[in-house]
Design a protein around this ligand. Structure first.
Ligand code: NAP
Length: 261
């Protein structure tokens, strides 16, 4: 590994050296934010594994590559057995984990006032994919993280947890749960493992399809900086949380142009 996180390094060194050879798992790595994080990490010399539902079962894919080529594996946060299988695979192939990025998530649009339309399946899937599945993956990877170099977990949350405005009430609650779990884990697992949340406002990715121009105009109007955030800006915050902000744990970094204010 290129660097020791002692607090004495310059920012430029932390970013340019801190990811060299780092073993990184991005859950949700195939998504709009995940792809951007993976690309930047690979450029900085990390060994990156991307996991999501569309990847193959961990056992049938090749081992993580030294040359930085991305490896994709399968996991479904709503199926705990697949999380255990992924953790076992990471253990076997990497022997330890330095950085875990949780950027998987899903939602469906159900207006907050139309709470009667929020069906059980949506509540369960949204809460599992954005909160309880994330907790399971952190739990199952904690042994590998404990053996990692300067281990850090970066969770991608949402400004919705702070504003109480989002695609549906279950989503808002699930992201708030993620924020609270991050605080609890940051305290409980310090000083071994750091935890940082990155909370974007609405982005132009596949995440909430069909939002439409009206939604985008309303969001921009409610954002002091007057535009949507980009996946790259969110990825930049993920990288900063993982290797630049080494005295930060349990905090949420908003990448929302001031939308939470
Ligand atoms: N985009 C926004 O407007 C926005 C705003 C605030 C916060 N966020 C948060 O940012 C994160 C990433 O958003 P994004 O814009 O990159 O979304 P995206 O493009 O839709 O990507 C989401 C990723 O999550 C994976 N995923 C979904 N459900 C999963 C499950 N049950 N198990 C495993 N993987 C699952 C998807 O891959 P598969 O389909 O292959 O499983 C995909 O890789 C999410 O947590 C979201 O809540 C997004």
């Amino acid at each position: 590994m290129g660097i020791d996180s002692t607090g004495a390094e310059r920012a430029v060194d932390l970013l340019s050296e801190g990811f060299r050879g780092a073993r990184v798992l991005i859950v949700g790595g195939a998504g709009g934010i995940g792809v951007e994080v993976a690309e930047q990490l690979r450029a900085l010399g990390a060994r990156v594994v991307s996991a999501s539902r569309r990847g193959p079962e961990p056992d049938v894919v090749q081992a993580p590559r030294e040359d930085g080529d991305l490896v994709a594996v399968g996991v479904d946060l709503t199926r705990p057995a697949t999380i255990l299988a992924l953790a076992a695979w990471v253990e076997r192939e990497f022997g330890g984990l330095d950085i875990l990025v949780n950027t998987a998530g899903m939602t469906r649009s159900v207006p907050l006032r139309a709470i009667e339309q929020l069906d059980d399946d949506t509540i369960d899937e949204v809460v599992t994919s954005n909160a309880s599945g994330v907790l399971r993956i952190i739990r199952d990877l904690t042994p590998a993280l404990r053996r990692g170099h300067a281990p850090c977990v970066v969770n991608v949350s949402s400004v919705a947890a702070r504003t109480g405005v989002g695609s549906n009430v279950a989503y808002v609650g699930a992201k708030a749960a993620m924020d609270a779990m991050t605080i609890a884990l940051a305290k409980a697992l310090a000083p071994e493992i750091r935890f940082v949340n990155v909370a974007p406002s609405a982005l132009d990715t596949d995440f909430a399809k069909g939002r439409g121009p009206e939604f985008i105009a309303r969001t921009i109007a409610a954002t002091p900086l007057g535009r949507l955030a980009t996946p790259r800006e969110v990825a930049n915050a993920v990288l900063a949380g993982a290797r630049l902000l080494i005295m930060t744990t349990g905090s949420t970094i908003y990448v929302d142009g001031g939308r939470h204010l």
